[in-house]
Design a protein around this ligand. Sequence first.
Ligand code: FEO
Ligand code: CA
Ligand code: CA
Length: 689
Amino acid sequence: MALRPLSLFVQHDGRSSRRSITCTYRCGNACGHDVPNTSDGEYFRDVAARALSRRQILRSGATTAVVIGGGSLLVACSDDGGVASTGSTTASETAPAGTDFTVVQPNTEDALVVPAGYEQQVVIRWGDPIIAGAPQFDPLNQTAAAQQQQFGYNCDFAGFLPIDGEPDLLLMVTNHEYTTEPMMYPNYDPANPTEEQVRTSMAAHGLSVVEVRTSAGSGALEPVLGQRNRRITATTPMTLTGPAVGSAFVSTGADPAGTTVLGTLNNCSGGLTPWGTVLTAEENFNQYFGNAESVTDPVAAERLARYGIEGAASERLWERFEPRFDLAVEPNEANRFGYIVEFDPNDPAAVPVKHTAMGRFKHEAANIHVTDDGTVVAYSGDDERFDYIYKFVSTKKVQSGGDAAALAENIAILDEGTLYVARLTGNSPASEIDGSGTLPQDGAFDGSGTWIPLLRSGPGSAAESFVDGMNPQEIAVFTRLAADRVGATKMDRPEDTEVNPASGYLYVALTNNSNRGVDGNAGPDEANPRIENKNGHVLELVDDHAGTSFDWNLLLVCGDPEAADTYFGGFDKSAVSPISCPDNVAFDGHGNLWVSTDGNALGSNDGLFSVVVDGDRRGETKQFLTVPVGAETCGPVIVDNRVVVCVQHPGEDDDATFENTFSNWPDGGNSLPRPAVAAVWNPAGNIGV
Ligand code: FEO
Ligand code: CA
Ligand code: CA
């Protein structure tokens, strides 16, 4: 296997517009509970502005730290695994390349709304057969056995990989984050789910790998019942790797050695690696475990609480049929979720690995940057109010050989290295950050920062703690508690993170935090400058990648452009689209940022936006599409001739049930809404040109 071009692919809330049913089933009402981070870490200091910022320095030469063995890895994927040119936008009277399309206006339609002249297609929906011989979707008689062979529910991440020797095929990998049982099963009784329903939901979680066929002259994708197709679910065996392996924290009755876990849960976003594997992120895993209140040991109880694991029965009641989800029976099972999981999608028999060296938290995603010496840097956000941004820097270098041995070495890269957490410092006086969103006198929310080491893992089982009072195994499993001790910066729900291949800059979506500055929680700081932050912001971070220092600024302070508290990179606010609750970030082949949203607090459906990041149009934000009512936009993949989005939870509403639908997308009529992957393209040419 040759190194593959890293396809540049590429949510939720408190008092935003997101429905409470979404909160219940996706994240276990995380925002309805107390903030789990009660630490009083020293997380923000004001310092004098630097004469010349690192951002200015790095801007002059940050674009090429991505080349290994003469091959550029971090370039955008053009059609079907090919490589597109990259470059920054230049000053122009016309829209920069990739962003020349008719803006889609805010709306509440039960439709996927795309730019005028563009075409769209539903690629695959919940329940569509993906394994040869799988039954057709029959929502009135759904079974776990059928679901095991069909496309899962609530797709979030999407990524595409080329297939060796198959130029007309792509391997499409999607996550299935969570299930919304009242909308999936007829006459669903939340207090008494049947075992078949529970096991069907387990099978609707995880991931799908599906071969898709491209078509000349169109962006359409046709699913194929291919030999690589696979479902990974909440019961698929996986291997633990890294410092937590064998520790008492991950030992269970079924797996005393602490090496093998069944399943992956709440897989939100993810990433692809240059060596052709998929990283999938376990996010709100806490909600699947019942009877936390039975744990009375104070240390164990504190650890559970820091991860939001609390109360009696879980919402889905899986613990009734699988005791491993009952903390009274198996107190350590929850410690085996919350990791970054990696697997080779080209091998349907590959056993996924959970990389404990990368830490355990509510991983939104993981995205990789490779430095020019082959060091792998993986960035990941912890999606919780007042939680942190992390990175992992590998000790080993990427192997560029195309054989199985090189692949095995590369899959182990994320087991040896150093895990860091970010501390951000503003450069304006604290008195100028008043929580209103008013820019400080220097005209920017910006500053510098430090990556604080937590844990060094490997080689072998060796590991070193950088946190007083915690051993390496504790840090790997209770990473949040380690980060609390070192003064990491409490952020407004760090979501997706991704490095722009055109510049090397890291972008982080901070989706919202309506608890900022209220109810005794942390107040505004320069990196999270608004109290009751309902609309979120996007952070641009100029990182040393393998080093420990960085500069940062806020590219977007989201919301209604007519509102005083918004900022669009300095661009004319009368000429941008409203944007709220940024979630996923991605880049096109021109170096433009694309942002998808979840939980729009401005009254419109969620959408996908292009954002210019360089040149005199920096900050120009344009809505490319909107998803149907009740849905969030995720998994965006932008290549030259196609945009792909996952339409997650269409029609989700507090009163929505199987019988009482609030959306009929994609099939129309009185049909059940079905989470789906959609492709959009421009029949007159490429995307946005
Ligand atoms: Fe699953 Fe952070 O959104
Ligand atoms: Ca998300
Ligand atoms: Ca400033």
